[in-house]
Design a protein around this ligand. Structure first.
Ligand code: VGL
Ligand code: ZN
Length: 200
């Protein structure tokens, strides 16, 4: 069981309007329950001295990530638009750092890395440095979506040596193919990521 306290970071992945709002362009089924569960986790994490960080999917207007440019997804989370904003029902302190994957026109699934949409080259975001600078050794991941950014972020966290847990009550899958969410959980388990329903 992962617990909150100093040395633990709660990473709230991509709880943004385009994923979490019914009017969002890539609304994830079950996102409402994710927001409610994430809010409970955030409140307790802060109370017990953990740090809380939010990531944001932050795409350029054109990227091979989008169907109009040859990729799998409808246009979503274009940096600076309504869809890229954190969902208003998410209760996260103003002071919690926001890690935007793609401030310079990159994009990517993991909160730890950005991908250049032309070359495919990856570069780190500020997330790992931020965690190391605050003495973080354990990471708890919640948010959207299980089969993409939650999975990629948790796999990177584990690979980087953080003791990593994903909270299954506070995530939801896109399930582009039926079973994608379940397969993602299996992949996480195999990589040594702890799965637990909640911390609080
Ligand atoms: C995501 C699909 C496309 C995510 C991002 O945040 O999981 N999913 N872009
Ligand atoms: Zn995206």
């Amino acid at each position: 069981m992962q617990r909150y306290g100093p040395g633990t970071a709660l990473i709230v992945v991509d709880v943004q309007n385009d994923f979490a709002d019914p009017d969002g362009s890539l609304n994830v089924p079950g996102a409402d329950a994710v927001v409610a569960a994430a809010n409970r986790e955030i409140a307790t994490a802060i109370e017990l001295g953990a740090i809380v960080v939010a990531t944001q999917d932050w795409h350029p207007e054109h990227t091979p990530h989008f169907a109009k440019d040859g990729g799998p997804w409808p246009v979503h989370c274009v940096g600076g638009t309504w869809g890229a904003g954190l969902h208003p029902a998410l209760e996260i302190p103003e002071a919690a750092p926001r890690v935007r994957k793609g401030a310079n026109g990159e994009d990517g699934y993991s909160g730890f890395t950005m991908r250049d949409p032309r070359t495919g080259e990856t570069t780190p975001t500020e997330l790992e440095g931020l965690l190391r600078a605050t003495g973080v050794e354990r990471v708890v991941v919640v948010g959207l979506a299980t089969d993409y950014c939650v999975k990629a972020t948790a796999l990177d966290a584990a690979r980087l040596g953080f003791r990593t847990a994903v909270l299954t009550d506070a995530i939801a899958a896109v399930d582009l193919q039926p079973g994608d969410g379940d397969r993602a959980l299996e992949e996480l388990r195999t990589a040594g990521v702890k799965l637990q329903r909640s911390v609080v």
